[in-house]
Design a protein around this ligand. Structure first.
Ligand SMILES: Nc1nc2c(ncn2[C@@H]2O[C@H](COP(=O)(O)OP(=O)(O)OP(=O)(O)O)[C@@H](O)[C@H]2O)c(=O)[nH]1
Ligand SMILES: [Mg+2]
Length: 195
C-alpha cells in the first residue's frame, strides 16, 4: 500500500460517528510513540503533535489517509503518573468512549515500548480488547534503540508474556521507518477483509 496523502481531520472528546471511513486506533502508554507512529505512516513528521514529555495528546485526533481510504485515530496515552486523577479519569473516559462507540473500527494498534515488558495498564487494554472481541495488532515501538538480536529477543519475550505468536508483533521505529512496510501491509490486508 502506498500513502499518497494524509491529512488532519479534527479533534474531539468522543467517537465521531460521522467519520465513516474504516478506522484504526492507536492505544498505548503515554510517550510510547503513538503520534510518531502516525507521522511515520503519513511520511509527515508534523502531522500529529509529538513531545518528549508524556501526556502530549489530550484529545481524540482523526487523520484521513489517501483521501478517506482509511482513518487513523490518535488517542491520549494511559498510565502517565504525573497527571491529576481528574485528568486521568477524563482520558480513560475518552479512550473507553471511543472504543465503545466507534462504529467503523477495523482494528486497534496496541503500542508497546520494545525495551520494556507490558505494564499492568497494557494488559488491561489488551484484555479489554480481547473481551470485547475487537481485533488488535501489537506494535513494538522504538526498535532503533536496540540491536537486531535484541529486537528478536524482546519480541520473543513480549510474545511469551502476552501469549501471542512472535509473528503477531510488528517491531517499528518511527525514527528509521523500520517496520513501516509491514504495518502498511497489515492495514491493507485488514481493509481487504472488510470488503
Ligand atoms: N528513538 C525513538 N524515539 C521515538 C520513537 N517514536 C517516538 N519517539 C519519541 O518518543 C517521544 C514520545 O513520542 P510521541 O509520539 O509523542 O508519543 P505518544 O505515545 O503520542 O505520547 P502521548 O501523546 O503523550 O500519549 C518523543 O520524544 C518521540 O520523538 C522511535 O521510534 N524511536
Ligand atoms: Mg501522542
Amino acid at each position: 500500500m502506498i500513502i499518497r496523502k494524509a491529512e488532519f481531520i479534527t479533534s474531539a472528546a468522543d467517537a465521531l460517528t460521522e467519520i465513516d471511513s474504516p478506522q484504526f486506533v492507536m492505544c498505548g502508554r503515554s510517550n510510547v510513540g503513538k503520534s510518531s507512529f502516525i507521522n511515520m505512516l503519513a511520511n509527515n513528521s508534523k502531522l500529529a503533535k509529538t513531545s518528549k514529555d508524556p501526556g502530549r495528546t489530550r484529545l481524540i485526533n482523526y487523520f484521513s489517509f489517501n483521501g478517506g481510504e482509511f482513518t487513523l485515530v490518535d488517542l491520549p496515552g494511559y498510565g502517565y503518573a504525573r497527571v491529576s486523577d481528574a485528568e486521568k479519569q477524563k482520558w480513560a473516559g475518552m479512550i473507553e468512549g471511543y472504543l465503545n462507540h466507534s462504529e467503523n473500527l477495523v482494528a486497534a494498534f496496541v503500542l508497546l515500548d520494545i525495551r520494556h515488558p507490558a505494564t499492568k495498564d497494557d494488559l488491561m487494554m489488551i484484555n479489554y480488547l480481547y473481551a470485547s472481541a475487537k481485533p488488535f495488532v501489537l506494535i513494538a515501538t522504538k526498535a532503533d534503540k536496540l540491536s537486531k538480536s535484541q529486537i528478536a529477543n524482546q519480541k520473543r519475550a513480549l510474545a511469551q508474556s502476552l501469549k501471542v505468536g512472535e509473528a503477531d508483533i510488528i517491531a517499528v521505529s518511527s525514527l528509521t521507518r523500520y517496520g513501516k512496510e509491514a504495518v502498511l501491509d497489515k492495514i491493507e490486508s485488514l481493509l481487504a477483509l472488510q470488503k
